[in-house]
Design a protein around this ligand. Structure first.
Ligand SMILES: *[C@@H]1O[C@H](CO)[C@@H](O)[C@H](O)[C@H]1NC(C)=O
Ligand SMILES: *[C@@H]1O[C@H](CO)[C@@H](O)[C@H](O)[C@H]1NC(C)=O
Ligand SMILES: *[C@@H]1O[C@H](CO)[C@@H](O)[C@H](O)[C@H]1NC(C)=O
Ligand SMILES: *[C@@H]1O[C@H](CO)[C@@H](O)[C@H](O)[C@H]1NC(C)=O
Ligand SMILES: *[C@@H]1O[C@H](CO)[C@@H](O)[C@H](O)[C@H]1NC(C)=O
Ligand SMILES: *[C@@H]1O[C@H](CO)[C@@H](O)[C@H](O)[C@H]1NC(C)=O
Ligand SMILES: *[C@@H]1O[C@H](CO)[C@@H](O)[C@H](O)[C@H]1NC(C)=O
Ligand SMILES: *[C@@H]1O[C@H](CO)[C@@H](O)[C@H](O)[C@H]1NC(C)=O
Length: 861
């Protein structure tokens, strides 16, 4: 014997220890059943027996236990017609196999079905009754205490929690147990529930499918209500996890159980009322949904979109109870629709159940037709008397509703799976091997490995966890004119496909909660439009956020963007912050006012210089012009013209040529200008010296030397400019830094040293000129030119000294304007100080324009 074969026997011994005790140690060990025996309300004998555990009642009467005497048996309440249907489906399958000549030929199957009343403790009790015979073994009999179980396999239970309890108890004995409706993912754990199999997919898949469904319709802010048992709690836990991964947030998640006190259920309603989400995911069994729908109707809680689990979504009794149409438009997952030929007729033919003449059938019949048998008393006068000949075919009742056919099919498949396993074990082929000893472990092994097709073409097999493949239909509650709800299949979910193809919705019109034609919206925060980004709210779930406008220069062009993207330096964000637009370029142009004014000033200066030159030319013979070297005066006027004109090169779009021209033209013309003034100053100084006795300085500073000095000074500047241009010339440059939303087109200096050398050289010459003129200002002269030169140099130096800080600190095109202004100001300064007084004398005081007057002190050329 291998250890695995030994196990069941050890298990049996254990069971005996648990349930059976000997009367006393002195006597022979005899098996004795302790406690009350359980009677199976529905049973039929056969060669091989199958057990059924169903809840023909859905709850029980609450009783205060005093713990002073043995608790009375549970008093069951609320007849549950669903499980009568399941029972009928099971009997149908058993009869079909019994009748079949192919499957288990010559072997009759029998059944024993017990009622759990939806109670976990009672389900354990009946499971043990099925595993262990109820028969009382008399002391005289020689029957050994270790006997095979009275049933070879158990069908049921309908709910997860009783299944877990039963599977835990019968697991060690390896009695196969096949549930048609227990979906809790926890039951897939084969270390805890080794003998548990099921014909309904695990909630592992359903919860994920529900999360995907919720995500599909864009509901990211949902509430959740669950049954407070293993089905609801485990299913909701998996849903919560899957939803979180898909970015769905739960506003609340509440649980209740149908036997909870009313104020507990009212609390649930208060939470729903206070919520802002419009979608409720309900992981409920149909029994809890029935309770909830009653309370919801009472409080008029409409306007929610319900998303349901398979527990209630195709339950027509729930739909019937929903008088206020609270659940209309609900969407959810259902087991794939199925049809088993002959099943409907069989289920509706309930009379054969009466053959044992039991109390349960009477209760069922009375409840089905709302009548009473044996109504001799006046207690319930308003109720009809049952005749026993009522016609089921005219009845509109939950029991006659076949919407749960997929579940009946699950029961049917479960029975067939066991039959196929038995067929294999018994080596059936025309006849079976009757002698074969059946043991539960072998049946379990074979049942787990069956793979067959039902007569309707459904493939039946179990995976390594004892679960069938996960296929669901997506069902929408669509109200019809008659006020009845249609469960319309609108899509499918197949867990065996790749993740993105699992959920597929057909192009059918959907009806939503409150008969809306549009998908309801249930979000904590509206989507962030392009141009904004999400910022999570502190202490709230990730679905709640604020939309913050992107900063300047940043954009987001998708909805629900998490970040804003910085634009390329040449681009800038538009007003809506959803696109980058090319920055405007800025430079000093002729079109704008500042450029036009400066141009006008420059042209005015040029004209003024030309007028002065004309006056000088017409009066070139007059002493005042002839004095102090008229040649230098004309050269000075010419260079001043150039100075005025060179300011124009600063205006307009910078190009490679205009950039190089700007500073060099400015540098050279100004040096030319200053060297002329310097020449004039020196002439004044020399002339005075020359007028002193015994001096012949003028010999050393005649016109030739003057021309030469002007040329040399200018050439030095030309040389500096050539060096600058060859080594590192100025170039046009796009400046993105100074003004954020504009590109400033400017001329980069190339070499800063070059620029400051050019400027510095002018400065040195000007300073030298100023010092000379300052020294010469007091020289006796009737028309003291040195005074005017000093004054003009003062203006010149003042202008350029203020220019430096203004230039450095002015942004963009203003620095160019400052430079132009400095050029114009200094040029006007020179022109006005040196030439205007002379013009005045020439034009207005010709009497002063005499040789005598000019040469008053004997100044001569
Ligand atoms: C199975 O068939 C046999 C006869 O073929 C019959 O006696 C027995 O009652 C049937 N069992 C069921 C459960 O229908
Ligand atoms: C089994 O056979 C009996 C007698 O032939 C018949 O009355 C019954 O309806 C059959 N059951 C099924 C489920 O086919
Ligand atoms: C519930 O709603 C119905 C119609 O929608 C209205 O007639 C009824 O008065 C409401 N009841 C309560 C308690 O608000
Ligand atoms: C009805 O009452 C009679 C006695 O009045 C009793 O014999 C019979 O068994 C009762 N029938 C049912 C179905 O309870
Ligand atoms: C009828 O009522 C009497 C008391 O009024 C009660 O003792 C008796 O058991 C009742 N019989 C039935 C059949 O309900
Ligand atoms: C059930 O069977 C009993 C006899 O066993 C009979 O009196 C009763 O009327 C039957 N009930 C129905 C609903 O047919
Ligand atoms: C079963 O019967 C078929 C013929 O009906 C035969 O060919 C086959 O060998 C048999 N198999 C066994 C295992 O007896
Ligand atoms: C969004 O911006 C990025 C980069 O700025 C670009 O590649 C993408 O095409 C834009 N998308 C849309 C929808 O405009």
């Amino acid at each position: 014997m291998t250890p695995t074969q030994k196990w069941p026997e050890q298990g049996w011994a254990l069971l005996q220890l648990l349930l059976v005790a000997s009367f006393s140690q002195a006597e022979e060990p005899v098996c004795m059943h302790k406690g009350d025996s359980e009677n199976a309300p529905l049973s039929e004998d056969g060669d091989i027996m199958l057990g059924g555990i169903l809840s023909f009642h859905s709850s029980w009467k609450d009783r205060q236990e005093t713990y002073k005497h043995k608790p009375l048996p549970l008093e069951c309440a609320s007849l549950n017609f669903r499980d009568f249907q399941f029972a009928q489906a099971m009997i149908f399958a058993i009869e079909e196999i019994n009748n079949s000549t192919e499957l288990l030929p010559g072997i009759s199957l029998g059944y024993k079905m017990y009622d759990t009343c939806g109670s976990v403790s009672r389900s354990v009790r009946v499971a043990l009754a099925l595993a262990n015979d109820n028969e009382v073994v008399s002391a005289e009999s020689e029957t050994p205490c270790t006997r095979p179980a009275q049933v070879q396999a158990i069908m049921g239970d309908t709910s997860s929690s009783p299944c877990m309890a039963i599977a835990t108890v019968i697991g060690p004995f390896h009695i196969p147990m096949i549930s048609h409706f227990a979906t809790c993912a926890c039951l897939s754990d084969k270390t805890k529930y080794p003998s548990f199999l099921r014909t309904i997919p695990s909630d592992y898949y359903q919860s994920r499918a529900l999360a995907q469904l919720v995500k599909h319709f864009g509901w990211t802010w949902v509430g959740a209500i669950r049954t407070n048992d293993d089905y609801g709690n485990n299913g909701m836990a998996t849903f919560t996890e899957a939803a979180q991964q898909l970015g769905i947030c739960l506003e609340y998640s509440v649980s209740f159980f149908r036997t909870d006190p009313p104020n507990k259920i009212r609390k649930t309603i208060d939470i729903v009322k206070a919520s802002t989400s419009k979608v409720i995911v309900a992981f409920l069994s149909h029994m809890d949904m029935d309770v909830l729908i009653h309370v919801l109707s009472y409080y008029n809680l409409t306007g929610y979109q319900w998303v349901g689990s398979e527990g209630w979504i195709i339950d027509s009794q729930t739909a019937e109870r929903d008088q206020h149409h609270i659940l209309d438009g609900a969407i959810g997952l259902a087991i794939q629709k199925a049809h088993v030929s002959g099943m409907r007729e069989f289920i509706l033919d309930v009379k054969p159940l009466n053959k044992s003449g039991n109390k349960l059938f009477t209760e069922f019949w009375e409840s089905l037709f709302s009548c009473k048998f044996n109504q001799s008393n006046s207690s319930a006068e308003n109720q009809r008397e049952c005749t026993g000949h009522e016609d089921l075919s005219e009845l509109q009742h939950g029991f006659t509703d076949m919407s749960l056919m997929p579940i009946f099919n699950n029961v049917y498949k479960g029975v067939y799976a066991v039959a196929h396993a038995l067929h294999n074990i018994l080596g059936c082929n025309e006849t079976c091997n009757y002698k074969m000893q059946l043991d539960p472990f072998t049946i379990l092994q074979h049942t787990r490995n069956v793979h067959f097709k039902t007569k309707e073409g459904d493939e039946v097999y179990f995976n390594e966890n004892g679960d069938p493949p996960a296929n669901y239909e997506i069902v929408n509650w669509q109200p019809t004119e008659r006020g009845i709800v249609d469960f319309v299949t609108v899509g499918r979910y197949d867990a065996s496909l790749p993740a993105d193809k699992q959920l597929s919705l057909q192009d059918k019109p959907l009806i939503w909660g409150q008969n809306l034609k549009k998908v309801p919206v249930s979000v904590c925060s509206e989507k962030c439009s392009p141009g904004t980004r999400k910022v999570l709210q502190k202490g709230k779930p990730v679905c709640c956020y604020d939309c913050i406008r992107c900063a300047e220069g940043e954009i987001s062009n998708t909805t629900d963007s998490i970040t804003c993207v910085r634009c390329h330096p040449e681009f800038w964000s538009n007003e809506r912050r959803d696109a980058c637009v090319k920055k405007e370029s800025e430079f000093l142009s002729y079109e704008e006012i500042m450029g036009a004014l400066l141009t006008a000033a420059s042209l005015f200066g040029t004209c003024m210089t030309a007028v002065v030159a004309l006056i000088f030319f017409r009066h070139r013979k007059t002493p005042i012009v002839r004095a102090n070297n008229s040649e230098l005066s004309f050269l000075l006027l010419f260079s001043l013209t150039l100075c005025f004109l060179c300011s124009l090169t600063f205006i307009g779009r910078p190009s490679e040529w205009s950039c190089m021209l700007r500073h060099t033209a400015f540098g050279i013309t100004f040096v030319l200008c200053i060297s002329c003034v310097l020449g004039k100053t020196m002439v004044v100084v020399m002339a005075f010296r020359a007028s002193l006795p015994g001096s012949n300085v003028m010999k050393w500073f005649g016109p030739t030397q003057q021309r030469l000095s002007v040329l040399v000074f200018t050439l030095i500047q030309v040389l500096i400019c050539i060096l600058w241009l060859t080594i590192s010339p100025p170039f046009p440059f796009k400046n993105f830094q100074v003004i954020k939303n504009k590109i400033i087109l400017e001329c980069a200096l190339g070499s800063t040293l070059g620029f400051w050398a050019v400027l510095g050289y002018i400065g040195v010459l000007a300073t030298f000129c100023f010092i000379l003129a300052f020294l010469a200002r007091k020289l006796p002269d009737n028309f003291n030119e040195a005074k005017f030169i000093t004054f003009s140099m003062l203006i010149f130096c003042a202008v350029w000294i203020t220019f430096i800080p203004a230039y450095v600190s002015s942004p963009g095109k203003f620095s160019v304007a400052v430079e132009i202004f400095a050029i114009l100001a200094s040029s006007f300064g020179l022109l006005i100080c040196i030439f205007i007084p002379k013009c005045y004398i020439i034009l207005r005081r010709p009497e002063k324009n005499t040789k005598k007057h000019v040469m008053a002190k004997g100044l001569t050329k």
